[in-house]
Design a protein around this ligand. Structure first.
Ligand code: CDM
Ligand code: ATP
Length: 293
């Protein structure tokens, strides 16, 4: 059986001052977009894991041992399987590729072994694996609070088009949060609320959404990777409504007016950047693709 899970973009990422446990309080709005990883599981008496990746994914740094988040998901469920991951989501790119794999693995292994884990328990296990993993289960467009793991769907009247420019080299999420702390020693305890973004989503208007996009981690990602400013400028010069660093970066995403608009921006950016993808959102959370006998 194969379970598919989508990448995410944070449309709003409000970040507060670090909590005593080191995590940052978030008020974020996630959107699942149409770049997918697939996790295929087969019955087996022992554990095995292999990985393939689309040409645009630099997956050589993804560990295949007990550190892989899919192995950790199987450990939580206490099951064995023969598992293959196929990645189309940029690795360490700020689009929650590892989190998508974890969510897909939870669903796939639960089904394979007929564990009948409740949705509430799957969400708890997801939160143990990582802050972004519960959203990867749920998909669509959702608000995330706590450290990002408490997710609730929000009204989204639009169908939104994105151009995605991954970077050859990933950024470490803890490093980006540490740079946020260094740049913002005065950060308020409470993260910024997404009210304006939520109103824009409900309007369905691309120009309103473009004006409301916000990522508090963007200055930290740009400080670590100044060249991303050029990427953002190039996308906006090519006609995107707005460019934004995705989550902790370094992937840059560009909101466009519609599908043809996104294709036009993508064509223009391909003259300067090796990998330029288009995607739309919102799309579904982790879901079963095939049930092989
Ligand atoms: C940047 C985002 O992708 C935005 O959605 C997420 O906040 C990151 O989520 P994630 O990759 O699932 O992160 P986790 O695996 O939970 O945490 C990795 C590390 O990121 C930092 N971290 C993560 C989430 C959070 N709310 N505050 C943090 O400071 C911590 O240093 C933590 O040790
Ligand atoms: N299945 C997996 N796929 C990708 N990375 C994994 C996986 N398992 C463990 N990792 C490790 O997690 C790190 C972050 O990978 P991931 O692709 O989830 O980052 P990300 O897209 O920046 O995530 P986020 O947006 O949640 O910060 C990688 O550098 C890798 O070492």
């Amino acid at each position: 059986m194969t379970v598919r899970a989508a990448a995410k973009v944070n449309l709003h990422l409000g970040v507060g001052a670090p909590r005593p446990d080191g995590f940052h309080p978030l008020d974020t709005v996630y959107q699942a977009v149409s770049l997918y990883d697939d996790v295929r599981v087969r019955p087996a008496g022992s554990w095995s894991l292999d990985l393939t990746a689309a040409a645009h994914v630099a997956a050589t740094d993804v560990p295949l041992d007990g550190r892989n988040i899919v192995t950790r998901a199987a450990d939580l469920l206490g099951v064995e399987a023969e598992v293959s991951i196929h990645k189309e989501i940029p690795a360490a790119g700020g689009m929650a590729g590892g989190s998508a794999d974890a969510a897909a693995a939870l669903v796939a292994l639960d089904r394979l072994h007929d564990l009948q884990t409740s949705d509430a328990r799957l969400l708890e296990l997801a939160a143990e694996l990582g802050s972004d993993v519960p959203f990867a289960l749920v998909g669509g467009t959702a608000r995330g609070t706590g450290r990002g793991e408490q997710v609730a769907p929000v009204d989204d009247a639009g169908s939104w088009w994105w151009v995605v420019v991954p970077s050859g080299t990933g950024l470490s999420t803890p490093e980006v949060y540490a740079r946020f702390d260094a740049l913002r020693p005065d950060a308020a305890a409470e993260p910024a609320s997404p009210d304006r973004l939520l109103a824009a989503l409900a309007s369905g208007e691309p120009a309103a959404l473009a004006a409301a996009l916000r990522n508090d981690l963007e200055p930290a990602a740009l400080d670590l990777r100044p060249e991303l400013r050029d990427v953002l400028e190039a996308g906006e010069a090519a006609g995107a409504l707005r460019g934004l660093v995705s989550g902790s970066g370094p992937t840059c995403v560009f909101l466009c007016s519609d599908g043809p608009g996104a294709r036009e921006v993508a064509v223009a950016l391909r003259s300067a950047y090796d990998v330029v993808l288009t995607a739309h959102g919102p799309v579904a959370g982790a879901h079963v693709m095939t049930e092989a006998g």
